[in-house]
Design a protein around this ligand. Structure first.
Ligand code: GLY
Length: 343
């Protein structure tokens, strides 16, 4: 079977890798830059906690993908920063603790217990929780590893709606670009994000914090980088704003004062691919599902919003099944693109 994949972000590359493993002939079309959401993503693997209000079907998908990450990372065969230290959810004020605490699934820790686990946390913190099952990975390393594995399958070109692709199946995994290619409602949800650099070892856990009503996460890497993210705005531009940086830095330093001495190494803005119900689009495009359309079958794997990194392994497995067998696993039903109008 010949498969063309439009989009070489973490989703398109992961689907390609799995399809090649299963014997398909695969081409990935992508200009090869750093525009994708993966380039700004922090890489928290935290199922069910990105909005607090996810649909139960999505929570099941997130949990299952989290279970597949250790194997996925191991099979990449190179260090992709997969880390199992877990997350500390923390709250600066009593109001923050009341709000954030609604989503804490474990027993609360007081300031002393928190600082025993993570001495760099501010003594002003009110409360927190340890979430040992969370993981993290470095998305830039994952994409580099996937690109290396897929050398020879990558075509550095942009594909438009009118491009003719010589394939049995086309997988559209183009993030926000999926809207122009299919008419499906994928919109950019802007996120601004910082990278700080300093002495390695200041933090051991991911910190998922609330500070005076501002939400921030701090993702420490082994080399001393700390990713600070992220704003969430219904905007399509890539401007890094003074207000965005100020909010993130203020929250970060309120929670971990020593970060004030770190270098501000990078400021970035990117786009999460959002859908109207914040659920991904995973399945055959409706007119092909009905069997009435000419040309290659079109399968969509897009709209992963805040969970693209976490959902890469399960998306790869289930979309590869769908491409190769023509049948969708029942767990994909809630994510069928046919729930929306498209071209
Ligand atoms: N998953 C983190 C974010 O979207 O900001």
């Amino acid at each position: 079977m010949n498969v063309s994949i439009i989009g070489g972000g973490i989703i398109g590359l992961s689907v390609a890798w799995r399809l090649i493993d299963r014997g398909a002939r695969v081409t990935v079309h992508d200009p090869g830059g750093v525009d994708g959401a993966w380039h700004v993503a922090a890489g928290m693997l935290a199922p069910g906690r990105e909005s607090g209000f996810e649909d139960p079907a999505l929570i099941t998908l997130l949990d299952e993908s989290a279970r597949r990450w250790p194997d996925f990372a191991g099979r990449l065969g190179t260090d992709v920063g997969f880390d199992t230290s877990g997350t500390l959810g923390v709250a600066l004020t009593a109001d923050d603790a009341a709000e954030a605490g609604r989503f804490w699934p474990a027993e609360r820790l007081g300031p002393t217990a928190l600082r025993e686990r993570e001495p760099a946390l501010s003594p002003r913190l009110r409360a927190g929780v340890h979430l040992p099952a969370d993981r993290q990975v470095d998305p830039r390393r994952v994409v580099a590893a996937l690109r290396a594995r897929l050398r020879g399958h990558l075509v550095p070109e942009c594909v438009g709606k009118a491009t003719d692709l010589d394939a049995d199946v086309v997988v559209v995994a183009a993030g926000c670009g999926t809207a122009d290619l299919t008419g499906l409602p994928v919109r950019p949800v802007k996120g601004q994000l910082l990278r700080l650099r300093g002495e390695p070892g200041l933090l051991r856990h991911v910190i998922d914090g609330a500070a005076d009503g501002r939400h921030v996460y701090l993702v420490p890497r082994a080399d001393g980088e700390v990713v600070v993210g992220a704003t969430q705005e219904e905007l399509g531009d890539r401007t890094v704003t003074a207000g965005g940086v100020l909010d993130l830095l203020r929250a970060a330093v309120d929670l971990v004062p020593a970060l004030a001495d770190f270098a501000l190494a990078e400021t970035t803005a990117g786009h999460r691919p959002g859908t109207p119900d914040n659920m991904p689009l995973l399945g055959t495009l409706p007119r092909y599902a009905r069997g009435g359309a000419a040309g290659p079958r079109i399968v969509v794997a897009a709209g992963h919003h805040r969970n693209g990194i976490l959902l890469a392994p399960i998306t790869a497995d289930l979309i590869a099944d769908l491409v190769l067998t023509g049948r969708a696993d029942p767990s994909l039903a809630p994510f069928d693109p046919g729930r929306f109008e498209c071209d």
